[in-house]
Write a protein that binds this ligand. Structure first.
Ligand code: ADP
Ligand code: MG
Length: 238
Protein backbone atom coordinates (compact mmCIF):
# COMPACT_ATOMS: atom_id res chain seq x y z
CA UNK A 1 0.00 0.00 0.00
CA UNK A 2 1.05 3.54 -0.48
CA UNK A 3 1.18 7.02 0.91
CA UNK A 4 0.25 9.78 -1.52
CA UNK A 5 1.54 13.33 -1.17
CA UNK A 6 -0.01 16.17 -3.13
CA UNK A 7 1.96 19.43 -2.88
CA UNK A 8 0.77 22.76 -4.30
CA UNK A 9 -0.86 20.98 -7.21
CA UNK A 10 -2.53 23.29 -9.71
CA UNK A 11 -4.34 22.55 -12.94
CA UNK A 12 -5.38 24.76 -15.82
CA UNK A 13 -7.06 23.88 -19.08
CA UNK A 14 -5.71 26.60 -21.37
CA UNK A 15 -6.53 29.90 -19.67
CA UNK A 16 -9.07 28.27 -17.36
CA UNK A 17 -7.66 27.53 -13.89
CA UNK A 18 -9.50 24.65 -12.21
CA UNK A 19 -7.29 23.81 -9.23
CA UNK A 20 -5.31 26.54 -7.48
CA UNK A 21 -2.87 24.72 -5.24
CA UNK A 22 -3.98 21.56 -3.53
CA UNK A 23 -2.00 20.23 -0.55
CA UNK A 24 -2.90 16.87 0.85
CA UNK A 25 -0.92 14.13 2.58
CA UNK A 26 -2.64 10.78 2.49
CA UNK A 27 -1.33 8.07 4.80
CA UNK A 28 -0.78 4.45 3.88
CA UNK A 29 -4.12 2.55 4.07
CA UNK A 30 -6.13 5.69 4.66
CA UNK A 31 -9.64 6.07 3.19
CA UNK A 32 -10.07 9.64 1.97
CA UNK A 33 -13.44 10.88 0.72
CA UNK A 34 -13.38 13.88 -1.60
CA UNK A 35 -16.50 16.04 -1.70
CA UNK A 36 -17.39 19.28 -3.44
CA UNK A 37 -19.80 20.78 -5.94
CA UNK A 38 -19.96 19.60 -9.52
CA UNK A 39 -17.17 21.13 -11.61
CA UNK A 40 -14.84 21.91 -8.66
CA UNK A 41 -12.12 19.62 -10.01
CA UNK A 42 -12.54 16.35 -8.11
CA UNK A 43 -12.29 14.11 -11.18
CA UNK A 44 -9.42 16.20 -12.51
CA UNK A 45 -7.48 15.67 -9.27
CA UNK A 46 -8.07 11.90 -9.39
CA UNK A 47 -7.03 11.79 -13.03
CA UNK A 48 -3.80 13.63 -12.22
CA UNK A 49 -3.02 11.16 -9.44
CA UNK A 50 -3.68 8.29 -11.86
CA UNK A 51 -1.53 9.93 -14.53
CA UNK A 52 -4.40 10.41 -16.98
CA UNK A 53 -4.04 14.20 -16.88
CA UNK A 54 -0.89 16.32 -16.77
CA UNK A 55 -0.05 18.42 -13.71
CA UNK A 56 0.20 22.16 -14.48
CA UNK A 57 2.18 22.98 -11.32
CA UNK A 58 3.15 21.30 -8.08
CA UNK A 59 4.09 17.75 -7.30
CA UNK A 60 2.43 14.40 -6.76
CA UNK A 61 4.43 11.71 -4.97
CA UNK A 62 3.60 8.11 -4.22
CA UNK A 63 5.59 6.55 -1.39
CA UNK A 64 7.91 9.52 -1.46
CA UNK A 65 8.69 9.22 -5.18
CA UNK A 66 7.71 12.02 -7.57
CA UNK A 67 5.35 10.60 -10.21
CA UNK A 68 4.44 13.71 -12.25
CA UNK A 69 6.07 12.32 -15.37
CA UNK A 70 5.35 8.64 -14.74
CA UNK A 71 3.01 6.78 -17.14
CA UNK A 72 -0.30 5.55 -15.65
CA UNK A 73 0.68 1.89 -15.97
CA UNK A 74 3.80 2.47 -13.88
CA UNK A 75 1.96 4.13 -10.97
CA UNK A 76 0.37 0.99 -9.56
CA UNK A 77 -2.96 2.70 -9.02
CA UNK A 78 -6.41 1.41 -10.01
CA UNK A 79 -9.36 3.64 -10.84
CA UNK A 80 -13.04 2.69 -10.55
CA UNK A 81 -15.48 4.89 -12.47
CA UNK A 82 -19.19 5.56 -12.31
CA UNK A 83 -19.58 4.24 -15.86
CA UNK A 84 -18.21 0.78 -15.46
CA UNK A 85 -16.05 0.83 -18.60
CA UNK A 86 -16.21 -2.97 -18.96
CA UNK A 87 -15.28 -4.67 -22.21
CA UNK A 88 -18.68 -5.70 -23.63
CA UNK A 89 -17.39 -8.61 -25.69
CA UNK A 90 -15.55 -10.25 -22.78
CA UNK A 91 -16.90 -12.45 -19.99
CA UNK A 92 -16.75 -11.31 -16.37
CA UNK A 93 -13.69 -13.51 -15.80
CA UNK A 94 -11.94 -12.12 -18.89
CA UNK A 95 -12.77 -8.54 -17.94
CA UNK A 96 -11.20 -9.17 -14.55
CA UNK A 97 -8.11 -10.95 -15.87
CA UNK A 98 -7.39 -8.63 -18.80
CA UNK A 99 -4.74 -6.46 -17.15
CA UNK A 100 -3.00 -9.52 -15.71
CA UNK A 101 -2.89 -11.18 -19.12
CA UNK A 102 -1.31 -8.00 -20.55
CA UNK A 103 1.33 -8.24 -17.83
CA UNK A 104 1.97 -11.86 -18.77
CA UNK A 105 1.20 -13.12 -15.28
CA UNK A 106 1.27 -16.94 -15.05
CA UNK A 107 -2.06 -18.57 -16.02
CA UNK A 108 -2.54 -20.43 -12.73
CA UNK A 109 -1.86 -17.29 -10.76
CA UNK A 110 -4.37 -15.32 -12.86
CA UNK A 111 -7.02 -18.00 -12.33
CA UNK A 112 -6.43 -17.98 -8.57
CA UNK A 113 -6.54 -14.19 -8.27
CA UNK A 114 -9.66 -13.85 -10.42
CA UNK A 115 -11.53 -16.55 -8.56
CA UNK A 116 -10.49 -15.07 -5.21
CA UNK A 117 -11.70 -11.58 -6.21
CA UNK A 118 -14.87 -13.08 -7.70
CA UNK A 119 -15.61 -14.85 -4.42
CA UNK A 120 -14.93 -11.69 -2.37
CA UNK A 121 -17.40 -9.77 -4.54
CA UNK A 122 -20.09 -12.43 -4.82
CA UNK A 123 -19.47 -12.90 -8.55
CA UNK A 124 -18.60 -16.60 -8.52
CA UNK A 125 -21.80 -17.77 -10.31
CA UNK A 126 -21.52 -15.03 -12.94
CA UNK A 127 -17.97 -15.47 -14.17
CA UNK A 128 -18.88 -16.59 -17.70
CA UNK A 129 -21.53 -13.92 -18.34
CA UNK A 130 -21.11 -10.89 -20.59
CA UNK A 131 -21.59 -7.43 -19.01
CA UNK A 132 -24.92 -6.89 -20.80
CA UNK A 133 -26.37 -9.84 -18.89
CA UNK A 134 -25.55 -8.23 -15.52
CA UNK A 135 -27.38 -5.73 -13.33
CA UNK A 136 -25.85 -2.33 -12.57
CA UNK A 137 -24.66 -3.47 -9.16
CA UNK A 138 -23.11 -6.60 -10.61
CA UNK A 139 -21.32 -4.56 -13.27
CA UNK A 140 -19.93 -2.24 -10.65
CA UNK A 141 -18.68 -5.30 -8.74
CA UNK A 142 -16.88 -6.51 -11.87
CA UNK A 143 -15.27 -3.08 -12.24
CA UNK A 144 -14.09 -3.34 -8.64
CA UNK A 145 -12.90 -6.91 -9.20
CA UNK A 146 -10.87 -5.77 -12.17
CA UNK A 147 -9.21 -3.17 -9.96
CA UNK A 148 -8.60 -5.60 -7.09
CA UNK A 149 -6.87 -8.32 -9.12
CA UNK A 150 -4.18 -5.88 -10.13
CA UNK A 151 -3.28 -5.58 -6.43
CA UNK A 152 -2.66 -1.87 -6.81
CA UNK A 153 -1.01 0.28 -4.16
CA UNK A 154 -4.04 2.58 -4.15
CA UNK A 155 -7.63 2.79 -5.39
CA UNK A 156 -9.25 5.88 -6.84
CA UNK A 157 -13.05 5.81 -6.94
CA UNK A 158 -14.91 8.43 -8.99
CA UNK A 159 -18.56 8.40 -7.86
CA UNK A 160 -18.68 4.63 -8.32
CA UNK A 161 -22.19 4.13 -6.94
CA UNK A 162 -24.03 7.14 -8.29
CA UNK A 163 -25.74 5.14 -11.06
CA UNK A 164 -27.21 2.65 -8.60
CA UNK A 165 -30.50 2.79 -6.76
CA UNK A 166 -30.56 3.58 -3.03
CA UNK A 167 -30.80 0.01 -1.81
CA UNK A 168 -27.90 -1.19 -3.95
CA UNK A 169 -25.84 1.83 -2.99
CA UNK A 170 -26.24 0.93 0.65
CA UNK A 171 -25.23 -2.67 0.01
CA UNK A 172 -22.21 -1.71 -2.12
CA UNK A 173 -21.16 0.86 0.46
CA UNK A 174 -20.97 -1.90 3.05
CA UNK A 175 -18.99 -4.06 0.63
CA UNK A 176 -16.52 -1.30 -0.15
CA UNK A 177 -16.03 -0.76 3.57
CA UNK A 178 -15.40 -4.45 4.08
CA UNK A 179 -13.00 -4.63 1.13
CA UNK A 180 -11.06 -1.74 2.54
CA UNK A 181 -10.90 -3.46 5.92
CA UNK A 182 -9.69 -6.68 4.23
CA UNK A 183 -7.19 -5.20 1.77
CA UNK A 184 -6.18 -2.07 3.66
CA UNK A 185 -5.53 -0.29 0.37
CA UNK A 186 -5.09 3.46 0.35
CA UNK A 187 -8.26 4.87 -1.22
CA UNK A 188 -9.50 8.20 -2.53
CA UNK A 189 -13.24 8.17 -3.06
CA UNK A 190 -15.29 10.93 -4.71
CA UNK A 191 -18.98 11.13 -3.87
CA UNK A 192 -21.97 13.46 -3.67
CA UNK A 193 -23.58 11.24 -1.09
CA UNK A 194 -23.27 12.49 2.50
CA UNK A 195 -23.94 9.08 4.00
CA UNK A 196 -21.21 7.50 1.89
CA UNK A 197 -18.82 10.24 2.94
CA UNK A 198 -19.67 9.96 6.65
CA UNK A 199 -19.55 6.15 6.79
CA UNK A 200 -16.55 5.41 4.56
CA UNK A 201 -14.09 8.19 5.32
CA UNK A 202 -11.17 8.18 7.70
CA UNK A 203 -10.92 11.82 6.64
CA UNK A 204 -13.14 13.93 4.41
CA UNK A 205 -11.59 16.52 2.09
CA UNK A 206 -14.04 19.29 1.20
CA UNK A 207 -13.15 21.15 -2.01
CA UNK A 208 -14.70 24.27 -3.43
CA UNK A 209 -13.50 26.94 -5.85
CA UNK A 210 -10.35 25.04 -6.76
CA UNK A 211 -9.00 24.86 -3.21
CA UNK A 212 -9.34 22.54 -0.23
CA UNK A 213 -11.74 24.14 2.25
CA UNK A 214 -11.35 21.67 5.10
CA UNK A 215 -9.83 18.29 5.90
CA UNK A 216 -10.84 16.24 8.89
CA UNK A 217 -12.55 13.24 10.38
CA UNK A 218 -16.26 13.08 9.49
CA UNK A 219 -17.36 14.12 12.97
CA UNK A 220 -14.90 17.03 13.05
CA UNK A 221 -16.44 18.42 9.89
CA UNK A 222 -19.90 17.83 11.27
CA UNK A 223 -19.18 19.44 14.65
CA UNK A 224 -16.85 22.19 13.44
CA UNK A 225 -17.45 22.99 9.78
CA UNK A 226 -14.95 25.63 8.60
CA UNK A 227 -17.56 27.49 6.57
CA UNK A 228 -21.09 27.42 5.21
CA UNK A 229 -20.11 25.34 2.21
CA UNK A 230 -18.82 22.53 4.43
CA UNK A 231 -21.77 22.87 6.82
CA UNK A 232 -24.16 22.65 3.89
CA UNK A 233 -22.58 19.55 2.51
CA UNK A 234 -22.21 17.69 5.77
CA UNK A 235 -25.65 18.74 6.94
CA UNK A 236 -24.44 20.09 10.27
CA UNK A 237 -26.55 22.72 12.01
CA UNK A 238 -23.97 25.55 11.79
P1 ADP B 1 -15.85 17.50 -10.84
O1 ADP B 1 -15.36 16.10 -11.00
O2 ADP B 1 -15.55 18.08 -9.49
O3 ADP B 1 -17.30 17.64 -11.16
P2 ADP B 1 -14.07 18.03 -13.07
O4 ADP B 1 -12.73 17.72 -12.50
O5 ADP B 1 -14.69 17.03 -13.96
O6 ADP B 1 -15.07 18.43 -11.88
O7 ADP B 1 -13.98 19.38 -13.88
C1 ADP B 1 -13.48 20.57 -13.30
C2 ADP B 1 -13.55 21.69 -14.33
O8 ADP B 1 -12.59 21.46 -15.35
C3 ADP B 1 -14.90 21.80 -15.02
O9 ADP B 1 -15.20 23.15 -15.20
C4 ADP B 1 -14.66 21.11 -16.34
O10 ADP B 1 -15.49 21.64 -17.34
C5 ADP B 1 -13.20 21.42 -16.61
N1 ADP B 1 -12.54 20.40 -17.41
C6 ADP B 1 -12.38 19.10 -17.05
N2 ADP B 1 -11.71 18.40 -17.99
C7 ADP B 1 -11.43 19.30 -18.98
C8 ADP B 1 -10.75 19.22 -20.25
N3 ADP B 1 -10.20 18.07 -20.66
N4 ADP B 1 -10.66 20.35 -20.98
C9 ADP B 1 -11.19 21.50 -20.56
N5 ADP B 1 -11.84 21.66 -19.38
C10 ADP B 1 -11.97 20.56 -18.60
MG1 MG C 1 -16.36 14.39 -11.54
Amino acid sequence: MASIEISAVAKSFGPFAVLHGIDLDIADSEFIVLVGPSGCGKSTLLRMIAGLESVTAGEISIDGRRVNELAPKDRDIAMVFQSYALYPHMSVADNMSYSLRLRKTAKEKIAAMVSDAGAKLGLAPLMERRPKALSGGQRQRVAMGRAIVRQPKAFLFDEPLSNLDARLREQMRAEIKKLHADLGATSIYVTHDQIEAMTLADRIVAMHGGVVQQVGAPLDLYDRPANLFVAGFIGSPA
